[in-house]
Design a protein around this ligand. Sequence first.
Ligand code: SF4
Length: 308
Amino acid sequence: MNQQQVITELQTKGLNLVVDAAAGERAGNWASDLASDLGVSGRKGGAGPSDHKAVTVGKTTVMVPVYTTGAAESPYAVRQDKETGKSTLTYNGKAVAPIDFPRRPRFYQLKTANGVPYWKIALLHSHNVLATTVLQRCIRYDNRTTACQFCAIGQSLEADRTIAQKTPQQLAEVAAAAVQLDGVENMIMTTGTPNVTDRGAAYLTDCAQAIRKRVPSLPIQAQCEPPDDFEWFAKMHTAGVDSLGMHLEAADPAVRAKIMPGKARVPLSYYFEAFAAAVRVFGRNQVSTYLLAGLGDSKETLLEMCDR
Ligand code: SF4
């Protein structure tokens, strides 16, 4: 297997880090010990990529599922040499390739002046990306008739692993520390949807402005639903947002209505208008979307949407 195949295998099958399955289950945790011992901790629940852990294969660091049922049954595991501390990826017990885990970042040890740990404000993804959910609440989340069925934005808040709202000043402070102490090279800000007008664009603009002022060299990606007024794109860009993600998640209108009934009220046609308007501001290759395979879209629909 070449490196790319190893990465694809790991991302689809996950990495089984349960040392002793019985002990793991007794602890109520699929990956009880090894997952937290190896490098920076993975992340359970939350917005964006979760239940994953950063794994380095060759020179590429990717997020690999470790806290999922599939990962607990994966043929891929890790063997660690106690003397050298080096890790080897195994497939059904046979060595496949050397792998590594990014270390816990130094900025995780710090706190704001009023005692909020920096890791509750933003987390390290991969080995050089600072990621945060600026508003951890969403108008769609608490109501069954509007919530997206795949979303776990409220879980990390309930578990006290984050705070409901990160202020622009807190984000700027953490970004500065992450760049200085851990060599972070770019930042991603997503948000729960706070209203049905700007849909988070206004608050992301405020946050980007504060971060850009404090750390001018840090590229920023923002993610939100398409705002009601496309003027927000220019405001976000002027504030310091370099690229924008507006995430379709599902492509077929019937799947959207079933899986994400609130978000589906913003129709596909509006997303395409928003993509075109955003490209005029941010430039080509600076506007992106996510499609989540497995929500009900057919392969053909997904491929058609990717082509478009
Ligand atoms: S719009 Fe959907 S996916 Fe986004 S935060 Fe709200 S409930 Fe979650």
